[in-house]
Ligand binder design. Structure first.
Ligand code: UD1
Length: 420
């Protein structure tokens, strides 16, 4: 249980400028990828979040020399002394993306033993597609319950994913980058961080083509060299800030983002009557009138991201009219709406569909964050509500949002911590 709670007194329009940090989901893929290099690599623009700190511990545990400066947002990883291939269960449970150590260690050592990944409980999160890709590339894979192990010389092959998976695509790219021969990934995920990982691998001398489409071709290279690489801004943080600006009927300029990554969200906000203006690397979000209710169905990129469904459905609880939200990616991603019923939200949940009847007021109440994006959704709810909302277990939010309290405070929000 976290030793503090977040207190938010809502009803204040967010005003001013803020910036987006480096991407969480790209950082947690690029950092393990440094293990594939023969030389040190430097990664820049890393967000100062818990998942990055966990990866520092894991890499050091494997024998890598890691210099990490969170203020400078920079990490240098020297993997030359890494011969270990075992990531203990206790460490891997601290985050979801620890499973990328499987692909990265297979690529480096031809062998990997990684504890089952932890992370957010947003439904059943199988890894069968990751394991299928490793097997196709020649690994012998064992799922021992708490530990996953894979061993074998990686040889290029065709992998057809039965289901579009971000993690499975990334893991297959990591395992294939140094494989002998050519790999083709069919039905691959297309998220921006897949393109970012491909760009990083290519900057190390890898040959990855087609990232961002559903077919990725990788020509394995026996040696990859060191590189200095800057990760892309966080798509989900950008979206959360856009939703928070709209939710408070504010006027916020979000700098340092990539507007083209935000098209699904921007289109929905425009449909709601929110004003969204794109610049080269900034987005301005303003609300002048009430919000219209809209329907949402989550999909793989470039569809509406499941990670923004939670903050977005929080926003919809105060729209004019009824909204239908269909969550197609994960089974249990409406827990924030259950919590928000205590704040006055009117919601009916039927399996993976939420029917939201917009209300004119929400009221501050004690609520509990159950996962990262549910936490972000409750922050949005707190910013909209009358009175003070107490968010318990806010540690989830720190796993993925850099300095969220400071950023919101600089826009005028009344958000603070209190010991529990
Ligand atoms: C990644 C993101 C997460 C986001 C999700 C969907 C990271 C670190 N996390 O998670 O923030 O919510 O993509 O955009 O990038 N599946 C299988 N078998 C597998 C793998 C996945 O059935 O082997 C299923 C999952 O249960 C889920 C769907 O495929 O229903 C998509 O999952 P996936 O894209 O793999 O999500 P993650 O990589 O875990």
């Amino acid at each position: 249980m976290d030793s503090y709670k977040l207190l938010i007194t809502g009803g204040i329009p967010l005003m001013g400028e803020t910036y987006v940090s480096g991407g969480k989901n790209t950082s947690v893929a690029v950092i393990p990828a440094t293990l594939l290099s023969d030389d040190p690599c430097t990664i820049e623009n890393l967000p100062d979040i818990e998942d990055v700190r966990v990866l520092v511990d894991i890499l050091r545990g494997l024998g890598a020399k890691v210099e990490y400066d969170p203020r400078a947002r920079r990490m240098t990883v020297d993997p030359r002394k890494v011969t270990a291939f075992h990531v203990p269960y206790k460490q891997s449970q601290r985050m979801r993306a620890s499973y990328y150590l499987l692909g990265a260690l297979l690529g480096r050592c031809g062998q990997a033993e990684v504890g089952y990944p932890g992370g957010c409980t947003i439904g059943n999160r199988p890894v069968d597609q990751h394991l299928k890709a490793f097997r196709a590339l020649g690994a012998e894979v064992e799922d021992r319950g708490a530990m996953l192990s894979a061993k074998g010389k990686m040889v290029g092959a065709g992998v057809f994913f039965d289901k579009i998976t971000v993690g499975g695509t990334i893991n297959a790219m990591l395992a294939a980058a140094k494989a002998e021969g050519n790999t083709i990934l069919y039905n691959a995920a297309k998220e921006p961080h897949i393109v970012d990982l491909a760009n990083f691998l290519n900057s190390m001398g890898a040959k990855v083509k087609g990232a961002g489409t559903d077919t990725i071709r990788i020509t394995g290279k026996a040696h990859l060299h060191g590189s200095t690489y800057t990760v892309i801004p966080d798509q989900i943080e950008t979206g959360t800030l856009m939703i928070a600006a709209a939710a408070t009927r504010g006027d916020v300029l979000i700098r340092g983002c990539i507007p083209t990554h935000m098209e699904a969200l921007s289109a929905k906000l425009l449909e709601m009557g929110v004003q969204v203006s794109d610049m080269d690397d900034a987005i301005r979000v303003r609300t002048v009138r009430g919000h219209r209710a809209v329907n949402i169905k989550t999909q793989e990129y470039p569809g509406f991201p499941t990670d923004l469904q939670q903050p977005m459905s929080a926003l919809l609880t105060m729209a004019n009219g009824d909204s239908i939200v269909i969550e197609t990616i994960f089974e249990s991603r409406f827990k924030h709406l259950n919590e928000m019923q205590r704040m006055g939200a009117r919601v009916r949940i039927l399996d993976q569909t939420a029917i939201i009847e917009g209300v004119s007021e929400l009221y501050g109440a004690p609520v509990t964050a159950t996962d990262l994006r549910a936490g972000a959704a409750l922050v949005v709810a707190g910013l909209m509500a009358k009175g003070t909302t107490e968010i318990y277990e806010p540690g989830f939010i720190e796993r993925g949002y850099e300095h969220i309290e400071e950023k919101l405070r600089s826009l005028g929000a009344d958000i603070r911590r209190e010991p529990v």
